[in-house]
Write a protein that binds this ligand. Sequence first.
Ligand code: HEM
Length: 469
Amino acid sequence: MTTIRTDGGDPAPSASRCPYQLTRLHGPLPDTGLDGLWERLRERHGAVAPVELEDGVRAWVLLGYHENLTVLRNQRLFSRDTRRWREVVEGRVDLATSRPTLSWRPNALYTDGATHTRLRAPIVDALSRVDLAATERVVRRIADDLVDAFVTRGRADLIAEFAAPLPVLVVNRLYGLPDSYGHMLGDLTSIVFEEDAKRGADAVSRIQQYFAGLVVRKRERPGEDLVSWMLAHPAGLSDHEVAHQAALINNASHQPTTHLIGNTMRTLLTNPRLRQAQADACVSVQDLLDHVMWTDMPFQLIAARFALQDVRIGDADVRAGDALLIGFAPAHRDPAVRPASEHGTSGVVSGNRAHLMFGAGPHACPARELARMITAVAVRTLNERLTGLHLAVPPEELRAVPSVFVRGLRELPVAFVPGEPLRRVEPEATEPRRGSQLPAPRPEPDAGRREPDLLDRLLSWWRGPRQRG
Ligand code: HEM
């Protein structure tokens, strides 16, 4: 058996801790989040803890910073392919119906080795062609439009009305599509993460249609956009493969960016000293983002790596086929690395980018600069546009997203001095709508000049219930 020690010491006898004491990571979750749990698990188990994800479905959570980093980097011992999970092989988990984080799709995220390299290359190369300066102006304009839709009201939910729609609208522009499609994709993507399994399955199949239709359109009429660049890439991906990599870009960007924006705003609105330091230009937005990624990260866990052989990690005997959940929240609280909570006068963890929030190793996020830029523009826009911004509820009433993976807020209700929109806003867009609460979509400029395709039909289907309701 391979032994992985990150501290150089001898493994403690595993009998000193009960290896069969599983902690349930399912059932009702507290509104206050799971931060206390990681410390209890560390006290009981050390760097690696056994957990139960569903009745009878087991996994390990990596709690140590170095253990997480080692597993993320080591492709030889740990696979990203969910089909290698013993719970799948032995039939206790069905990947076709499992939750999105523990499913399988034919995209770069769930593959290893040469297949991963081939699927990832077009994503990385396409993202590297994005003009960040020009995109920054687009992000600002989208952010201003979203603020325009609620600024006169003096109140808003910054998650539903701002942080959730912004990333999907930006990425949709990078696909070369107007905002109407982005609003639809945003609605569908948020349904996938809701509790309702039937609505979720329907949304997943509509999203697949969306990307299949997008690829057909870009094959016929290529442009300067992510999908056209992936189609033209020398890796020679099929249309089906490009559709899946485009869907991955959407899914991978949406939740973490939303909750990095939300958690950064929560941090500013609940920490007056930090907010003052930011207003006085003592802390840059980029340093603020790193601080939040250490202390209030948008994902507490991600799924997962699968051991390719028996291996001892810390005090845990991990068997081939076991799942190892990557633990960002526990890793960032690991006493072995945790930056002191108080730094200088601002209390900010400043200038330290050694957090794991963008991953590490072969699957590390290929869009960290883009993600940082979108979040920084979002935070600046809210601070500049919303005078007297403050929480509309006491901080202890903010509710965590009920998930063991996402670490964010269900809502972020705020109040501010009502202001003026920068541009004229359609009347119906100034009040929150049921569902997504996005501003009303605008018509696509060239839609009347060609035959409706799959994307157009999907858009008509999506607009139908909104026009009736
Ligand atoms: C704050 C925002 C973001 C965070 C914290 C974040 C974090 C991550 C992390 C931790 C991974 C690695 C997952 C793993 O190892 O299993 C990842 C992968 C990925 N991210 Fe991001 N991400 C963010 C935004 C974005 C954006 C904006 C995009 C694209 C526009 C993007 C595209 C991707 C893709 C395509 C992968 C898969 C890479 C692969 O498997 O090779 N991410 N991201």
